[in-house]
Design a protein around this ligand. Sequence first.
Ligand code: TYD
Length: 134
Amino acid sequence: MKINGAKIIDLPKNLDRRGNLSVIEEIKNIPFKIKRTYWIYDVPGGEVRGGHAYKRNQEFIVALSGSFDVILDNGKERKSFSLNRSYYGLYVPKGVWRQMENFSTNSLALIVASIKFDPADYIYDYCLYKELTK
Ligand code: TYD
């Protein structure tokens, strides 16, 4: 089942006796240019983040620490992705409804985004989203 081109992308892994290092380079590792980076942390147990779609913004989400689920929905189908390693992430194209849940204790979600923060880019109403995707 495909959700509008959403996919797990493996990141380069530099294994070393001193520890591991992974990297995200725009265009090379992810299919967009990075305009913004934010992270989500200290999420209380049972809390849900997201619950919206973006009109233009694309994202790449990595579980730098701990684990959580990202639920994607294109108005017709819904799919859950479990993120729990820092050497891969989930590419979320524009126009996909997304929710993040099931955060483990001390989880840290890194999100790189293709546009600057723009409240007008958000669709918060799922009924409206369903209408727009018809
Ligand atoms: P929000 O997008 O609602 O978080 P989530 O999608 O994870 O539920 O953002 C929470 C708050 O942070 C909201 O007041 C907007 C602000 N915010 C910024 O100022 N800049 C940003 O880049 C983001 C993503 C959010």
